[in-house]
Design a protein around this ligand. Sequence first.
Ligand SMILES: N[C@@H](CCC(=O)N[C@@H](CS)C(=O)NCC(=O)O)C(=O)O
Length: 217
Amino acid sequence: MTIVLYTNPVSNFCAKVEIALRLKGLAYEALPPPGGYGSAAYKAIVPAGTIPALVDGDLVLSESETINEYLNDAWPEPPLLPADPKARARVRLVSRFHDTRLEPPLRALFPQVAPSGHDPAVVAARLAEHAARLAELAALVAPGPWLMGEAPSLADCAYPGTFLMAERMRRAFGHPHPLPPALAGWCAWIAAQPAVAPVLAAQAAATDAWLRGKGAL
Ligand SMILES: N[C@@H](CCC(=O)N[C@@H](CS)C(=O)NCC(=O)O)C(=O)O
């Protein structure tokens, strides 16, 4: 039975799951959420109403981290968590750091993207918070060439899409900001990987369309 992924190419959290699916080499059907995310029609399938959501037979999952851990449990090859408990914990730390620490200040800026909703003080404060989170992330990772060493891991899945979104949002806000060197090399390398490049290409086009629609490009 084919895995279904409810997704939208503009979503960095959807990119995170698509990268995990592609790292695993899994076939999946990408569908838009019926009625849009948050709609009653979609909540009848996915109670949380958020994207991404994965349907595998009788299993319906939302929350990108839970989905990616399920994919890794159900299809063990190639493993996206190391065997050693300490190395596993480090990967989980870096992956959760994305969802709980690095991404939220960017998401908080979505209402600021349209020039009519733009408060320069709020934009500067949130971007400074995001920059602080990037510096903290740089101290947690060990690129070589994957984010946590020689092998791909769950930690590689979330950051490519969020870095793409951050770079375009910063440009729209007129606040270009280079990534810390420890992250910049990894970011360029992973963006060219076959499991990642098509996902980022679709996300880049959708993000530019979103920003244009808001009058921010
Ligand atoms: N913690 C969730 C966040 C996902 C998320 O925020 N998705 C957005 C789209 S990028 C969404 O569905 N928003 C609709 C809503 O929050 O109702 C995850 O990791 O999957």
